[in-house]
Design a protein around this ligand. Structure first.
Ligand code: ZN
Ligand code: ZN
Length: 434
């Protein structure tokens, strides 16, 4: 079928707007809008047949939707209100009726039903262009700050504000607080029981009054006017362990933030003020979502400081000899008795990279142990009734237990935690380059 024939058959189906006509030929002629394509055909036909072009038409295909792009853009700009963003993506929920009409047109004309372009694609592009130009924002298909959804059936615009991810390191200076919020064991986080307010948590719904997460993210939520947050740590320390030294990498995800162009230096200072004496943070920058998986998956070795206690008095040389045996050793560990009720019982092999230490009295010692990710230190010392081998207790011949255990460094074993392509903005840099 030649093009003229196709065009005439389109005209024969009823009144159609220039855009809907041009859409069928969207693959032809670069640098033209669909409307221009349609107008061109109508001009040619009017000249050939010497009749008058009907400027105002009641289009049976789009029912006038192709001429409402400006209106949609107005609606989007209004909905966006005070939301701060730099990049956006736009999507359209098309009405089933208009989809049907476009399909029907193509069937009647005798071209494949997916020929040319759909109104949906055209709307995304054209409305997107208007919004972008008007608000001076940038289209970003992969990681936009916001997504604008044009809902044709309801004639409304919905805005989805994507989370912002902030990457940093934290130190936990005190014992007794968990890394993340724990729901109350008694009321399962509801804060109430059948008797009214839950007695265990006094209505807070939390097992512990504070957590590293809350100390850090409450400040970020306020400053960025977010709705909630999720805390992603590169592993976690025990509740009764401090996290010292160089700190532990984390990403805090702030959901639905109204403010994005926050000053990270100020945010960091406010976090440290809020968590003073308990938690200390150092923020690195704003990152993309990929950083979350990266810090969670990257194997990280840890160095611990353990204060241990012996059952009987120990000589300097006994400890020294035992630590020399552990230094560089491969340890066979069955799942510790203390966690076996909630974790699979299996045997793992973990390396002790280094083991050092000295007696602080004839019954106590301080150890510094650097171990592979997943090495259980308490069991390495006690032996866990023979479930960990070799172990300090057996090597010395005197029962030893860990009294306090602190993490003094977390180091990525392969590659670094800082992945340049995941970092969108550094703390010390102002905004994205435009
Ligand atoms: Zn139309
Ligand atoms: Zn409770």
């Amino acid at each position: 079928m030649d093009l003229f024939e196709e065009v005439e058959r389109i005209i024969d189906q009823g009144e159609i707007c220039d855009s809907c006509m041009g859409q069928v030929f969207a693959e032809r002629g670069h640098g033209l809008t669909n409307r221009e394509r349609g107008t061109a055909w109508k001009t040619i036909l009017a000249m050939e047949n010497n009749n008058i072009i009907e400027r105002k038409v009641d289009c049976w295909v789009c029912l006038g939707e192709s001429y409402r792009f400006e209106e949609w853009a107005d609606l989007a700009v209004m909905e966006l209100g005070e939301i701060e963003f730099k990049t956006y993506k736009i999507g359209t929920r098309m009405s089933p009726l208009l989809d049907e009409n476009a399909k029907l047109l193509r069937e009647l004309v005798g071209v494949p039903i997916d020929s040319g372009e759909s109104l949906k694609t055209e709307m995304n592009r054209e409305v997107g262009k208007i919004v972008g130009d008007r608000m001076k924002k940038y289209f970003d298909a992969d990681g936009p700050d916001i997504i604008i959804l044009l809902n044709v059936p309801t004639r409304s615009v919905e805005i989805q504000v994507n989370p912002i991810f902030i990457y940093g390191r934290y130190k936990k200076l005190i014992r007794g607080i968990p890394q993340t919020k724990w729901p109350c064991r008694e009321c399962k986080g509801r804060g109430t029981s059948i008797h009214g307010v839950c007695e265990r948590c006094e209505g807070s719904g939390k097992q512990y009054e504070e957590s590293v997460q809350e100390l850090i993210d409450s400040v970020a939520i306020i400053q960025m006017e977010g709705e909630s947050s999720t805390f992603h740590g590169a592993g976690r320390e025990d509740i009764d362990a401090k996290m010292l030294g160089t700190g532990r990498p984390f990403v805090v995800e702030i959901k639905t933030p109204k403010k994005r162009s926050i000053d990270l230096q100020v945010l960091e200072e406010n976090m440290n003020k809020n968590a003073f004496g308990k938690v200390e943070v150092e923020l690195e920058g704003v990152v993309n979502r990929k950083m979350v998986a990266h810090i969670k998956e990257l194997p990280a070795s840890k160095t611990y400081e353990a204060r241990i206690k012996f059952d009987r008095s120990v000589e300097k040389d006994m400890l020294k000899g035992a630590l020399e045996m552990l230094d560089g050793a491969e340890i066979k560990q069955e799942t510790p008795t203390r966690v076996v009720h909630r974790r699979a019982d299996k045997t793992r092999i973990r390396k002790v990279y280094s083991a050092r230490g000295e007696l602080t009295s004839d019954l106590t010692a301080n150890l510094e142990i650097h171990g592979e990710k997943g090495l259980y230190i308490k069991e390495l010392v006690s032996g866990d009734s023979g479930r960990t081998n070799p172990n300090l207790t057996d090597l010395i011949g005197v029962e030893a237990v860990v009294e306090t255990l602190d993490v003094i460094s977390v180091v990525a074993e392969e590659g670094r935690f800082d992945v340049p392509e995941y970092i969108l903005r550094r703390k010390d840099k102002e905004g994205l380059e435009e």
